[in-house]
Design a protein around this ligand. Structure first.
Ligand SMILES: C[S@@+](CC[C@H](N)C(=O)[O-])C[C@H]1O[C@@H](n2cnc3c(N)ncnc32)[C@H](O)[C@@H]1O
Length: 192
């Protein structure tokens, strides 16, 4: 089987979010990075919707803000310089329970500090917190990488979340071979 191209994996993740987002939705980017996912979500929710982007790196928040401003999408987004594990506390009451899509593109910022990386414990917390905030039909899309130190452990917590939601009866999809050491994969959980 041909290796999975990470760029294509992130494109697929964005497409999976666009499929379910409707104008006026609230969306969440759990790892804003360079802002491409946040910008895609902001485009999809339209002028009446809103996106919350999280990142622990000031450079990522600045890059995302810059991209949104260049695209004219800044009024549709709030950027949070804090961990996605705190997303429940960060969302305004009027936006809680209304997420149409939440994207988590895990790992580290390409071209940035590879030491600043998502971690299994906070990822596990954030996935469950985001699930709580989904509307009916809303989706969590999570891109997990296994090729860096700690990646397999993080992928395992994503897999555990998938099994938990499957046991609860939710539709769960896994794109890419799982487990497939060194390769990324995409988890999609849709709230019934
Ligand atoms: C693969 S990059 C995200 C790429 C981004 N979605 C884009 O479209 O460019 C992963 C990002 O996760 C961020 N990150 C690491 N731990 C985090 C945490 N606990 N909460 C939020 N962001 C975190 C890193 O700073 C990094 O910018």
């Amino acid at each position: 089987m041909a290796p999975v191209n990470p760029t294509r994996v992130t494109e697929r993740a964005r497409h999976l979010a666009q499929e379910v987002l409707r104008p006026g939705d609230i969306a969440l980017d759990g790892t804003a990075g360079k802002g491409r996912d946040t910008a895609t979500l902001a485009q999809a929710v339209g002028p009446t919707g809103h996106v919350h982007g999280f990142d622990i790196q000031p450079q990522a928040i600045a890059a995302t803000r810059n991209l949104l401003e260049l695209a004219g999408l800044a009024p549709r987004a709030t950027l949070h310089h804090r961990s996605h594990a705190e997303l429940g506390a960060a969302l305004p009451p009027a936006h809680r329970g209304r997420l149409g899509a939440a994207i988590f593109n895990l790992g580290y910022l390409p071209g940035g500090d590879a030491g600043i990386i998502t971690k299994p414990e906070s990822t596990a917390t954030a996935l469950r917190a985001a699930y709580q905030e989904l509307r009916a039909g809303g989706r969590i899309i999570c891109v997990a990488y296994t090729g860096h130190p700690g990646g397999v452990e993080e992928s395992d917590v994503v897999r555990a979340f998938a099994l938990e939601r499957e046991a609860a009866g939710d539709p769960v999809e896994r794109h890419g071979l799982v487990p497939n050491p060194g390769k990324p994969w995409v988890l999609v959980v849709t709230k019934p």
